[in-house]
Design a protein around this ligand. Structure first.
Ligand code: GLV
Ligand code: MN
Ligand code: MN
Length: 415
């Protein structure tokens, strides 16, 4: 494929990305697409229609992971996978995940347009619920594919309204046994995910592409603090058991622990703080925190968690507030496959694109695909490193170069 010259314009893909962004629970251009919401289901229909129009055979599993297959000349061989997710956190932009799904489809259409005939089949995968918004745990679909989340634990998951995963997936039309979601090692020969960087380095350094060598290790702990409520005027300060001021200590302790780890790779965030009863003249009696801690080094990440747990004990004793913690997930980091990286590097060179090897600090479905297949990721820049915000932006040129190099990589891997 050294002479690969597609005359497809990027305009079609950009129009599809914009059309997908219109399918949102929020007022576009703000994208909110929580798993199994009406917007998620409509977005899935849209993408499945595009896949069918490209002649791909579409299949869904029991949790809604979607596989769109371009049959190779040796269909008995394990396929090459590519893809990402189309769910979006509240108040998001339109590129996170969607570039890997619609860009992956575009890469397939580029190869089809060039008359390329893959030996191995190429499968575009749209993973269910990469975002943890609804069920509190990220990469639900890929986690189950890789048997990291057992069906029994998945069945116990509930959203904040108390609706269970089982009920919600059935309503969404995904009814098979959850046991059937797990895939064996070898089901995919290799897997490549195209994604925006979600950090500033490529843009700052003027580099076209990031070849991801490692994916940082994420962890999440849910913390519930039970204090004592009461009248904000009547109850004097001595002896109060305010759950929110106790939570504030934990929030600051997590920030300090992440900052003092000795490495910039350590990050700690409290992204959810639900206060009960949430009235200005009422002392908070219950607080629920959801924390997110990550590092490229799993042991260093775990050390931050230990500091957090120790602080929970200390604050509970000193303030007389009951604090319970639940470890939602603590996943090891992933290492990308040198052979796929070499194929991506050759593709970037042939396409005349600049590139650098880098670490992904965000997690991705590839973190779990790495448990069952060799994986690598291809990053494109995003403006200002901004992501998980409505002003997330990747230029048509950046997207075009990602798709082009992904197409070349898929051609190499599938040959
Ligand atoms: C994925 O969206 C992440 O939070 O890294
Ligand atoms: Mn995301
Ligand atoms: Mn993503």
């Amino acid at each position: 494929m050294t002479t690969m010259r597609s005359n497809r314009s990027i305009d079609g893909l950009m129009a599809e990305l914009m059309a997908l962004a219109q399918i949102s629970e929020a007022e576009p251009p703000v994208v909110t697409r929580v798993v199994f919401s009406q917007a998620d289901l409509r977005a899935r229909s849209y993408v499945k229609r595009l896949c069918a129009e490209a002649g791909l055979a579409v299949r869904e599993d029991a949790i809604g992971n979607t596989f769109a297959r371009w049959e190779g000349s040796a269909p008995e061989l394990a396929p090459i996978g590519t893809g990402s997710h189309i769910d979006a956190i509240p108040n998001a932009g339109l590129y996170d995940g969607c570039v890997g799904v619609l860009g992956g489809l575009e890469a397939i259409r580029v190869l089809q347009g060039l008359g390329f005939k893959p030996r191995r089949s190429i499968e575009l995968v749209i993973f269910t619920a990469e975002e943890p918004t609804r069920f509190g745990i990220g990469c639900l679909g890929s986690r189950m594919m890789a048997s990291v989340l057992e069906p029994a634990r998945a069945l116990a998951l509930r959203d904040k309204q108390g609706q269970g995963l089982e009920e919600l997936r059935q309503q969404a039309g995904f009814t098979g046994p959850l046991e059937s979601v797990a895939l064996s090692s070898g089901r995919f020969h290799q897997f490549v995910e195209l994604h925006i960087e979600q950090g500033p380095l490529l843009e700052q350094e003027g580099v076209d592409l990031g070849l991801v060598t490692h994916i940082a290790a994420p962890a999440s702990v849910r913390i519930v603090l039970e204090g004592e409520g009461g009248h904000a005027g009547g109850k004097l300060m001595p002896g109060r058991k305010d759950a929110l001021t106790a939570a504030a200590e934990l929030i600051l302790a997590l920030e300090a622990a992440a900052k003092s780890s000795g490495a910039l790779d350590t990050v700690g965030t409290v992204g959810v703080c639900d206060v009960f009863p949430g009235a200005v003249n009422s002392i908070p009696s219950r607080v629920r925190l959801e924390t997110d801690v990550r590092d490229t080094d799993g042991a260093r990440r775990d050390h931050v968690l230990e500091i957090l747990y120790a602080k929970c004990n200390e604050v509970a004793q000193r303030r007389g507030v009951a604090i319970t913690t639940e470890l939602v997930n603590a996943d090891p980091p992933a290492t990308c496959d040198p052979m796929i990286l070499a194929a991506m590097e050759a593709a970037a060179v042939e396409a005349g694109r600049s590139y650098k090897r880098m670490v992904s600090r965000a997690y991705h479905d590839s973190l779990f695909m790495a448990r069952i297949a060799p994986v690598a990721m291809l990053f494109i820049p995003c403006r200002g490193g901004v992501s998980h915000r409505p002003d997330e932006y990747a230029s048509p040129e950046w997207i075009g170069s990602g798709v082009h190099v992904l197409a070349r990589t898929l051609a190499t891997l599938a040959s």
